[in-house]
Design a binder for this molecule. Structure first.
Ligand code: DMJ
Length: 394
């Protein structure tokens, strides 16, 4: 299968195309995937392709503030923000660093690393944060945060926090500003976003909008227990591990308390006990499941670091439910519209690439006891589950 895929890369993976792509998605999926494949196979073909796409994405950084635009035309070498705004998403501009830094290290060409390091340095000094928590948008002209006052660990901010820790690990734990920003942010989460639900007293991460707390949590936030556990494994405070243990239980309950045993895209937690109510409430617009990886990803980290078999059991349960409700008899899996209806979950006929790239890969790793199957002291996973080497392994 690998040889077949390699042939496709040789013959059909051509980037000289007049097409607009999203900088972040192309970096984490295509550039990250190629770099990772280069490391795992040693085949220079993949590095050549990585260089090609890396160069084609660089025009995104030609902005007045050097905060990249969201979209690049990889054939024409032009870049622009989305049609309706000159803002970029904070998570997007701060979650391309692992890949571009690695590309510089491998090619000896500093320009990739310089461009992404500059973004991090700029964001480090920026005002508008709330105890280390960042807003969701940043303007490509002024370089300032916009839509101030809204803080989430979910969509549009999530992987900012993940990449602070992972860049610090990638670079051999020397870049103190990254660690400072990460530690401050986790304190910010504890101070502003953590609450406990009723009746099970599950610890969850909500959102803050102009001083008002909302008990809303995206499934995307479930990357956090895994990231906290990874930090604790790398010598950060044991408190982070305690929080990881509480949060992964919550993420599991986001599956277990639902009729199909699959999590919706977004849940709201009950803050007050009411007879007959569970912790997790689901709004009609939020009851789809896109085969997302975050909970399984965190289960993998938790199992690797604790050896507690309950994490494997929870992952196995989730896999059975993916098989039951999302598997397509003629091949593949699909997103579904309604996790609350076991008799008709409403298949969408769409399988996101992260189901293969992340969800199944993390399942595979979760069910293995071999710590050398991607040793976490030698590799760091990018946010699309592509392992990249740690520059100075422990
Ligand atoms: C993936 O593309 C990445 O994990 C990203 O950081 C968040 N969204 C999807 C998976 O849910």
């Amino acid at each position: 299968e690998f040889e077949e895929a390699r042939k496709w890369v040789v013959n059909d993976l051509v980037f000289d195309k007049n097409v607009d792509v999203n900088l972040f998605e192309s970096t984490i999926r295509i550039l990250g995937g190629l770099l990772s494949t280069y490391h795992l196979s040693g085949d220079s073909l993949f590095l050549e392709k990585a260089k090609d796409i890396g160069n084609r994405l660089m025009p995104a950084f030609k902005t007045p503030s050097k905060i990249p635009y969201s979209d690049v035309n990889i054939g024409r070498g032009t870049a622009h923000p989305p049609r309706w705004t000159s803002d970029s998403t904070v998570a997007e501009v701060t979650s391309i660093q692992l890949e571009f830094r690695e590309l510089s290290r491998l090619t000896g060409d500093e320009k990739f690393q310089k461009a992404v390091d500059e973004v991090m340095k700029h964001v480090h000094t920026l005002s508008g944060k709330n105890d280390g928590l960042v807003p969701m948008f940043i303007n490509t002209n002024s370089g300032q945060f916009t839509h101030l006052g809204v803080y989430t660990l979910g969509a549009r901010a999530d992987s900012y926090y993940e990449y602070l820790l992972k860049q610090w690990i990638q670079g051999g734990k020397k870049e103190n500003e990254l660690l400072e920003d990460y530690m401050r942010a986790i304190e910010g989460v504890k101070k502003h976003l953590l609450q406990r639900s009723q009746p099970k007293k599950l610890t969850f991460v909500g959102e803050l909008a102009h001083g008002h707390f909302s008990a809303k949590m995206d499934h995307l936030v479930c990357f956090l227990p895994g990231t906290l556990a990874l930090g604790a494994h790398n010598g950060l405070t044991a408190d982070h591990m305690k929080l990881a243990e509480a949060l992964i239980e919550t993420c599991y309950q986001m599956y277990a308390q639902v009729e199909t045993g699959l999590s919706p895209e977004i849940v709201h937690f009950n803050l007050h006990a009411q007879k007959g109510h569970k912790d997790v409430e689901i709004k009609p617009a939020d009851r789809h499941n896109l085969l997302r990886p975050e909970t399984v990803e965190s289960l993998f980290y938790m199992y690797r670091f604790t050896g507690d078999k309950k994490y494997q059991d929870w992952g196995w349960e989730i896999l059975q439910n993916f098989n039951k409700y999302t598997r397509v008899p003629t091949g593949g899996y699909t997103s579904i519209n309604n996790v609350q209806n076991p008799s008709n979950p409403e298949p969408r006929d769409k399988m996101e690439s992260f189901f293969l790239g992340e969800t199944l890969k993390y399942m595979f790793l979760l069910f293995s006891d071999d710590i050398d199957l991607i040793n976490l002291d030698k590799y760091v996973f990018n946010t699309e589950a592509h392992p990249l080497p740690i520059w100075v392994p422990a």
